[in-house]
Design a protein around this ligand. Structure first.
Ligand code: ATP
Ligand code: MG
Length: 395
């Protein structure tokens, strides 16, 4: 048997459409892939003709690389492929060897070829025909079915080699993280905000996390849970700078001095303002929350209106139109679900009024707030926030 050089071929996602920005997007994507592959062995990563090549050097772990690449945004699809010299006979042998298992279990197959190197003497239909004929010889039980084959053999003849692979795997989609600015996500230990964070990263935003903690009402383990959630998100988004804001004083003071039914809305306005202050220092262009319309009392249109107006930055709520079942399905898919359902108290669930205002009147909210040293709280909380870096494998 000939030894086979395996590579991963990556097809770029939406960024192919981006015209002049294309180079920026490609560079970001390659950087993100390289960073994500750190610790999985040595790889060389290059780009040619809209395809990124990831080539293992030495004993790099290709299985691990495939799993990691599946989490990088900006990739439409990718394939684990075998490289062969650019000769028909070598391509034929490579196809028979590399896809042996699949071809043995399939009843029907077809070959799809692409000649990216126009100097190669055979056209795509000829390549397909020749490779197909060889495979029929080698696997006599097979039949050709061009409409619904059990197995499709792909042949790509490119600049430096020919590549053979089976059906490509779907990539994570989206656009490369870092190409759409930076956003600060208000992150709790719940189900929703990690999914919201993931969605912004998918659209290319680099993430900063802001978490409010109210010790001793909330435990250090609740904060650790948030860090673990962000670690999972960071496998997609790359490094996240996480801030933990000491929020006990603010909550206690609001409870002491304000009408009970306005507690939640006032607390949420302060969360927004403090997050905005931190976001500004971090160079973020937006805040992100995991709110979904009508999910709880503080997520009615009126309540959201009252919190939005506390800040100048745009507030993105990517889950606004999603049902809980859809959010849960997404959380399972990205891997945050199991951690999110661990039971730790969030600061939002302490001191909650029995009858919160679902339709707060902004006038009363602002009146109640006047009695509070707002700016001082925002400044102190932002200043006292503790900061740590979260990245894949950090915890
Ligand atoms: P989640 O599942 O994200 O906790 P939720 O459905 O429990 O959301 P709330 O607890 O009302 O709803 O929180 C709404 C949003 O406010 C959250 O999605 C998050 O963005 C933000 N938030 C809530 N608690 C905190 C916290 N302790 N620190 C930072 N942000 C928070
Ligand atoms: Mg919550």
């Amino acid at each position: 048997m000939e030894t086979q050089q395996e590579v991963i071929l990556i097809k770029l996602g939406e960024l192919v459409l981006k015209g002049l920005n294309r180079r920026v997007f490609e560079d970001a994507l390659i950087q993100n892939i390289r960073r994500r592959l750190q610790g999985a062995g040595e790889f060389s990563t290059s780009i040619a003709q809209s395809t990124i090549y990831v080539q293992p050097e030495g004993d790099a772990d290709l299985d691990e690389a495939v799993q990691r690449i599946a989490q990088v945004f900006g990739i439409a699809a990718f394939s684990r492929a075998c490289a062969a010299p650019k000769e028909l006979s070598a391509i034929q042998r490579a196809a028979a060897q590399y896809l042996r298992d699949e071809l043995e279990t399939a009843q029907t197959f077809k070959v799809e070829s692409k000649r990216a190197d126009k100097k190669f003497p055979y056209g795509s239909p000829e390549i397909s025909r020749e490779v197909g004929a060889y495979l029929l010889e080698q696997f006599p039980h097979l039949r050709v079915d061009v409409h619904e084959p059990d197995c499709t053999v792909y042949v790509e003849v490119r600049d430096f080699a020919a590549y053979v692979h089976g059906t490509p795997l779907p990539g994570a989609g989206g656009i490369p993280v870092g190409t759409a600015g930076k956003a600060a996500v208000l992150i709790s230990g719940g189900l929703d905000s990690p999914v919201a964070a993931w969605m912004l990263a998918k659209r290319g935003a680099e993430l900063v996390g802001v978490h409010f903690a109210s010790p001793p009402y909330t435990s250090p383990r609740a904060e650790e849970k948030v860090a673990r959630l962000l670690e999972i998100v960071s496998r997609y988004s790359g490094q996240i700078r996480m801030y933990t804001v000491p929020f006990t004083h603010v909550q206690e003071e609001i409870r002491k001095h304000c009408p009970e039914e306005l507690f939640t809305i006032l607390m949420r306005r302060f969360m927004m303002r403090i997050a905005e202050r931190i976001a500004g220092k971090e160079g973020c262009g937006a805040l992100v929350t995991g709110e979904s319309l009508g999910q709880v009392a503080s997520q009615t249109m009126q309540a959201i209106g009252c919190t939005d107006i506390a800040v100048q930055m745009p507030v993105f709520r990517p889950l606004i139109g999603m049902d809980k079942t859809e959010i849960v399905a997404r959380a399972r898919r990205i891997g945050t679900f199991e951690t999110s359902i661990e039971p730790y108290e969030d600061c939002c669930t302490i001191f909650t009024p029995k009858h919160p205002r679902t339709r707060p009147n902004l006038k009363f909210v602002l009146e109640a707030e006047q009695a509070l040293p707002g700016e001082e709280w925002v400044e102190t909380c932002a200043e006292q926030a503790r900061y740590r870096k979260i990245y894949p494998g950090a915890l």
